[in-house]
Design a protein around this ligand. Structure first.
Ligand code: PHE
Length: 339
């Protein structure tokens, strides 16, 4: 029995030494230390020994089990460590990492945000209206008679039910006044639609910004002051503004605003339409509201509107409006911060 134990002990240490993989080490552990392993079976056999022999061999067996278990654990750690370092062997930590490109806002969105910020400082709040609207909001309420060319089928996208894609954001002027009493200061960015031939300066869908200020004693001086302040904030303090008489059915008097700035262009550039809200517009709103909240005897206001794509083209010197829709990253990346 003693020899048996000694032989098995040598064999166990040899097996431990030969195990070079974590898997084979597991087998060795099971073979010697498992429930039905060599050491358990030998302990079992001890019962058949004499009283004198039992404690001596028992001690021997115990010692073997302790040293073997320790050696096995040490080897296990070593093999695990080796497996870990092998997993990282091919890793070159000096290589550049994988970059995850961050998207950016479209330049038109950036410009819209800037414009809205400037008007917020002047106490204007954001207003909205639907892209699909009715003729009343788009034309009638805005003093635009049935025979006006803008109402022709070849100029406007009509739906079969008679509604239409709004031809300007001035519809939001009417919707805002229907909902709230003066004083009122709103700004409304949004899409406008026209049956225009698409070319370098026209799109069938484009973006407008509508501005409306209504209250007691609002005058042309307020319109000029507000428009000039806005344009100088946006385009720089050297910007000159020119108000050129024009015609819009819903404002009287009406103007077009031209700008000129040494850093943008030496030529005058046409930028916006504007004017004092026509009393006929107030009357249409009163009629719809069923009150006289917008009594033109006491209430006046100014409005202006401009195309954001056109403004962006001027600011960023983009030669073709279609480039804003092409999603060409070479162009868009140039605007990821400011313009
Ligand atoms: N709605 C006009 C247009 O689309 C612009 C405008 C807005 C003019 C407000 C006057 C007042 O051309």
């Amino acid at each position: 029995m003693k020899e048996d134990i000694e032989q098995q002990e040598r064999a166990s240490l040899l097996a431990l030494e030969r195990a070079t993989e974590t898997d084979s080490l597991k087998e060795v552990r099971l073979h010697y230390l498992g429930k039905n392993g060599v050491i358990s079976l030998l302990s079992e056999k001890m019962k058949t020994l004499s009283k004198e022999e039992r404690p001596i061999l028992g001690r021997h067996l115990h010692q073997w089990r302790t040293t073997f278990s320790q050696a096995l654990e040490t080897k296990e750690k070593l093999l695990n460590q080796r497996a870990d370092s092998m997993a990282f062997e091919d890793l070159d930590s000096s290589l550049p990492g994988t970059s995850f490109p961050q998207g950016g806002l479209h330049p038109l969105t950036l410009l819209t945000d800037r414009v809205v910020q400037i008007f917020r400082r002047l106490g204007f709040s954001l207003a909205e209206g639907p892209d699909i609207d009715d003729e009343w909001h788009c034309f009638d309420a805005l003093n635009t008679p049935a025979h006006h060319p803008a109402r022709q089928e070849q100029d406007t996208f009509y739906l079969p039910d008679g509604r239409l894609l709004r031809t300007h954001t001035s519809t939001v002027q009417i919707r805002a006044m229907e909902e709230a009493v003066p004083p009122l200061r709103i700004i409304a960015p949004g899409s406008a639609y026209r049956r225009d031939e698409v070319d370098a300066t026209h799109l069938a869908q484009f973006t407008q910004m509508e501005v409306l200020c209504v209250g007691e004693e609002i005058t042309l001086a307020d319109l000029k002051g507000t428009a000039e302040y806005f344009l100088r904030e946006l385009l720089g303090p050297q910007t000159e503004c020119r108000f050129r008489p024009h015609f819009f059915p819903f404002t009287e008097p009406s103007f077009e605003i031209d700008i000129r700035s040494p850093i943008i262009s030496r030529k005058w550039l046409e930028l916006a339409g504007c004017g004092m809200v026509d009393p006929a517009v107030f009357q249409a709103v009163n009629q719809r509201r069923g009150d006289s909240a917008y009594d033109p005897e006491y209430i006046s206001g100014f409005a202006f509107g401009f195309g954001l794509e056109r403004l962006l083209m001027i600011l960023a010197q983009i030669p073709d409006i279609r480039m804003l829709l092409e999603n060409d990253l070479r162009l868009l990346k140039q605007f990821s911060g400011e313009f």
